[in-house]
Design a protein around this ligand. Sequence first.
Ligand SMILES: Nc1ncnc2c1ncn2[C@@H]1O[C@H](COP(=O)(O)OP(=O)(O)OP(=O)(O)O)[C@@H](O)[C@H]1O
Ligand SMILES: [Mg+2]
Length: 427
Amino acid sequence: MGMVTEAEYRRISPADFFYRNRDIAGFSNPTRAVYSAIREFVENSLDACEAIQTPPEIYIRVTAKRPGPGTIPYSLLVYDNGCGVPSSKIPHCFGQVLFGSKYLLQQTRGTFGLGGTMAILYGQITTNTPAKILSSTGGKWVYEYKLFIHIERNEPIVLDGYPKRFGNKDGWHGTVVEICLTGDYPRAEPKVLEYLKRTAVTNPYATITLADPKGRLYRFRRVTTRVPKPPSPTKPHPHGVDVETLNRLIGLATREGCNDLLRFMTKYLHRVGKGTASRFLKVVGLPPDTDLRTLSPSDVVRLAEAMNRFDRFLPPKADCLSPLGAQLLRIGIEKELHPEFIATFNRRPSTYSGHPFIVEGAIAYGGNFPPGITLYRYANKIPLVYDEASDVSWKVVRELINWGRYRVRQDAPVAVITHICSTKIPY
Ligand SMILES: Nc1ncnc2c1ncn2[C@@H]1O[C@H](COP(=O)(O)OP(=O)(O)OP(=O)(O)O)[C@@H](O)[C@H]1O
Ligand SMILES: [Mg+2]
């Protein structure tokens, strides 16, 4: 008889998972780590400012902790004048993976509850120093935390003596995050600058300043204080629901005392009125007054499938989106790329699987971009830098359009800018 070895079974926490697989979250090497950390904090800051319709004032400071070259420890500080984080939520927002305020159905840069926290985790595992967070929502106090992430448990560890609080006479609101991480800043710098420049194109109402380790200052100055209208959260559209979403919504409805199928459809789903709901239920063959608590698992499957198929629901509204609009796009391009000619376009909202999306774009000629056609791609105002060739806009620009027909030479300095905003971006 062969030896039977006991397998060892255990469970790991989400933080532990991302610690082991940090390349998934963009922290695969010392160059990429610096770039990703800056990017994650800046995106959080931009979201936080837009949430309160404030023109962002973002300051990034990178300081070397000892002389280079190569991979050395850096201190990274990112300041913003955004909404701030309530004191009681700070430890979880920054010390727990998959915790955040952006799980609603509305357009934001952040979606996972992961990015900024991963930067903190990376800093911790490379330098064994705590993250420092200073924040105020504009109330009486500014709070300061120092914390570690307990990676095996996915929990914040707040250091003794914290939070500290300071009076906030001026009503300041915003957040300052400071971490130490090892990385290779000089190698990351070209990508960081390119990222900031591209970000400045779609955020012309933001001023972003970077102080690099040599003390050089790069400033991307705002040219307008007009911030796009913020998105408002929406309910799931029946074309996009699956069995799990439907089960959750039914659970929520019954907890809130709504047990009637017809009323449920009009109250918990996006753009379903009484008339449409009645017609829909007739097609499915369920009486409108069916008690939600009596639905069997197969009824729910049937409902979800029928909802996805039924073609008489109104399309989702686009107010959960926050596009830039032609004017902001134009001034963003003018300010960063200085072209001689720009044309912009804004498509009407459209939908994919129950998620609304808007495409806007521009073409520019003669700016300070290299000869040939340069493609600038954005999703929810974030520049996309990877996998360009798998993007449909790349195929259109490089393969489908016959530029010669428009008398655009191969080496003409042309930039094509595309921006898609949606509650679901299939990255
Ligand atoms: N500068 C900030 N101002 C206000 N809130 C912030 C700031 N940075 C982080 N937060 C809060 O912390 C949460 C977690 O941030 P984190 O970057 O880890 O995830 P996320 O932004 O929700 O999603 P993603 O993984 O896509 O970045 C955010 O959802 C937000 O509530
Ligand atoms: Mg984030």
